[in-house]
Structures are given as C-alpha cells and as structure tokens.
Design a protein around this ligand. Sequence first.
Ligand SMILES: Nc1ncnc2c1ncn2[C@@H]1O[C@H](COP(=O)(O)OP(=O)(O)OP(=O)(O)O)[C@@H](O)[C@H]1O
Ligand SMILES: [Mg+2]
Length: 328
Amino acid sequence: MRIAVTGSIATDHLMTFPGRFGDQLIADQLDRVSLSFLVDDLQVRRGGCAANIAFGMGSLGLRPVLVGAVGTDFADYRSWLERHGVDCDSVHTSEVHHTARFLCTTDDDHNQIASFYTGAMAEARLIELGPIAERLGGLDLVLVSPNDPDAMLRHTDEARDRGIPFAADPSQQLARMPGEDIRKLVDGAAYLFGNDYERGLIEQKTGWSGEEILERVGVRVTTLGPKGVVIDRRGEPSLHVSPAPENGKADPTGVGDAFRAGFLAGLAWELPLERCGQLGNLTATHVLERVGGQEYELGQRAFVERFAAAYGTEAAEEAGRFVRCHHA
Ligand SMILES: Nc1ncnc2c1ncn2[C@@H]1O[C@H](COP(=O)(O)OP(=O)(O)OP(=O)(O)O)[C@@H](O)[C@H]1O
Ligand SMILES: [Mg+2]
C-alpha cells in the first residue's frame, strides 16, 4: 500500500533563558521594546507533522512518501529522513524561503516568547499529487495533516477528484480554519484523526453531529491521551484500545504524530483496526519517553516484546510478521 504523507516539515529551535522576561520589560517603555536575551541552551529538534509521521512509518519498516515544502537548508534533514526509510523525492524545495521554523525561548517561570516562521511551507499549495501518483504507479492513501491551509484544501480536493482515498488530520489547523473549510477536509475521508478536544472542535465548527460525521467518513479515530484511543465506524460498536504502558514521561510533543505513524503502518499491512490502534499507541509511547518527535529508535526485538507485554503474544506475533524496525 502506497501512502503519501502530506503536511508540515519544520525544525524547532528551543532556547532557555536563565531569568525572567518580566524583569526585562519596562512597563512605560513597551512602545520601544528592543531586547536581547542571552540564552544558555539551544536545542534543535526535527519536526513538522508530516515529517514526524513519515519518520515513524519509516522506522517501522515502511517507505512512506513525504509530501511538503522546504527550503534550500533542508539537506541535512532530508538525509536523516532518508536514512530512516522516508521517500523524500516528492518534497518541494523553495528557491527563496527557508524551511518552516519554530523559535521559542522559555524563561525560568516557564513563560514563553515564540515565533513560527512559515517560510517555504506556503509553497506546499503549489504541489500537485498527480505527478507523485504517476511516479509511484498510483497512490492508495493520502494523509492530509496540518500544513499551509490552502495546501490542505488542495490535496483533499485532488485526492477526491482522482478517487484516491484520503485521511483527514486537521488537528492544529482546526483553530484557524473556518467551518466551511473544515467540512471540505472531512467530508468523504476514509479516516478522520483527532484527539478528544479536536473531536469536539470538529463537531462545533462543521455543525455536524458525531453521527453525521460518521456518515461522511469511513472510520473516526480519536486519541485520548493516557486513555488510549477509540475507533468508531457507522453501525458498529466503538472499539477502545488501551494505551501501551509507558516507562516514564519526558515530553508529549509529537505523540499524536507517532500514533498516526503506527496506525497507518497497520493499515498499510492490512491489519485489523484493533491492531492498527495498538501499533499507534505503542509508537506514541516511544515519543512520550523522549524529548522531541523524532528522537526515538525502534529496535525489532524490543518493539515486538513490548507489543506482547501490552497486548498479548498473539497480537504481537501478528504485528511482528510485518514490523521491520531499523535496528535489531
Ligand atoms: N500517558 C500516556 N501513556 C501512554 N500512552 C499515551 C500517553 N499519553 C498519550 N499516549 C498515546 O499517544 C496517543 C496520542 O495522544 P494524544 O491524544 O494526547 O495526542 P495529541 O493531543 O494529538 O498530542 P500532540 O498533538 O501533542 O502530539 C494516545 O492515543 C496514546 O496512544
Ligand atoms: Mg495532536
């Protein structure tokens, strides 16, 4: 099964300021702020929803096709993703903009001053799925994850027009997109992803009830954080899949993306939905245990063992026939 993963590709630059922002701001001079914070730590993390998801799928042994827009500074990130099995040949490189970048400084009180530079991501709307499908001899599923809003609408339209099944994952972009656009992203999707907060937001913004949404999408997948995931289909009882026990929490950034990676891997291997949910949960757990969305390494033996511990040996054997982690 050929899966194209569309969405953002970005890096996060995270700095820590030893002090308090408030001490530097002078109340009656806020009209001429000119501050420089001497920071003592810089962490650069690879991120972006599509890149995180493709990384996870590649780490499980698949060859996902990453579709998004980057800048000429992408070379190192590209080779990292390619080393993890991601097909980057359909990534669009801007001639003028840098890859999207999130810059965030946190002070001792956990106050944050952040900026998100969209950069090359705005060019994702120029990407056409047609030539990608042609290069690969067809596409079986297109995931539309958070990206330039026009790109999300365009990829969805194109998938619909070409009769390629698509999965809607509007997540972080729900907040800024109008209901009319969200309806277009969701209607007719083979799969709809979101966490429980986003589930409510989708219903509120589209004006469609949960039942109406189930009439418009094939499968609705709602992640519940520490409670695992619930999978809904019209006319069938909901399927709840318990989380995979974690060995300590480090940072939740990217858990949702990792869940999607595992779930989509299960779909690619044509495993039943319960197995897909289990694969999603276990992949997400690996991200939870690390700081950053792509800082985990999957080892074949350890992954299958953890799968067995969480979901039983039979389930682990079934998944283990397909999982091909990069490390032994
Ligand atoms: N404490 C936890 N223990 C085990 N698994 C967890 C825990 N928290 C999250 N997960 C796993 O991660 C999945 C996704 O979590 P969540 O619903 O919080 O996603 P999210 O809100 O989209 O996250 P984000 O957008 O920050 O990546 C869950 O379905 C579950 O499998
Ligand atoms: Mg999320």
